[in-house]
Design a protein around this ligand. Sequence first.
Ligand SMILES: CSCCC(=O)C(=O)COP(=O)(O)O
Ligand SMILES: [Mg+2]
Length: 249
Amino acid sequence: MTIKCLLLDIEGTTTSISFVKDELFPYIRKELQTYLEANWDSLELQNDIELLRKQAIEDTLTMVGVPEIASSDQTPASIINSVIANVNWNMDQDRKMTALKQLQGHMWRKGYSSGEIHGHLYEDVEEALKLWTSSGKKVYIYSSGSVEAQKLLFGHSVAGNLLQYFSGHFDTQIGLKVETASYREICKSTGFAPDEILFLTDLPTEAIAASEAGVQVKLLVRPGNAPLTEEIIQRFSICHDFREIKLIE
Ligand SMILES: CSCCC(=O)C(=O)COP(=O)(O)O
Ligand SMILES: [Mg+2]
């Protein structure tokens, strides 16, 4: 079947893991207290905090040592301290949960708009986006990072604003990336049959979930990515650079 749609992961695929772990996450840790204090009265932030509070309660059912968020009748200072503990704890574990990713996306706005942050992209990405879209392929992003965070990264990338190349964005609101149902929902949303979509990711767990939905998959081997087992290498097509990907016209 001819590939009509590319579905791109971000961290470990279009963008280095080190950019997320060594730039984006430290930015959150550095700015979190100031952000919470400066935006305390905003409905958006209060909604973010409530989502974190609900997630923390849910997490206590299956996890140990979850820093819960102080209830809304507590003082702002105590709520802020509990949010800081919870967000740092969740980032320490690289949790891919909507509540965390939503707050992160809201916070990264200032980092990108001020020029402090530029979205990292491997040098083959822009060329591939141009080639794919000029030959009529549609390109979507599917990342655990929020849609807002995705648009910030590609809108303020090291290669400039590349948002023109994307037909849409998906995040954990459509489902977790390790769940096969998420890829079935993406097929419904895009209108493409599973085997018309090529999903490019770095994580075998995501590749397995997508392939079980009938989506075609290639695993990216980028500097700093986790090593792949022999079993995975035998099971999935591997590439090191988007320019290696030959799509049937
Ligand atoms: C969109 S930039 C922030 C990336 C992020 O927070 C993340 O967890 C990336 O995960 P991915 O699913 O893109 O590997
Ligand atoms: Mg990834």
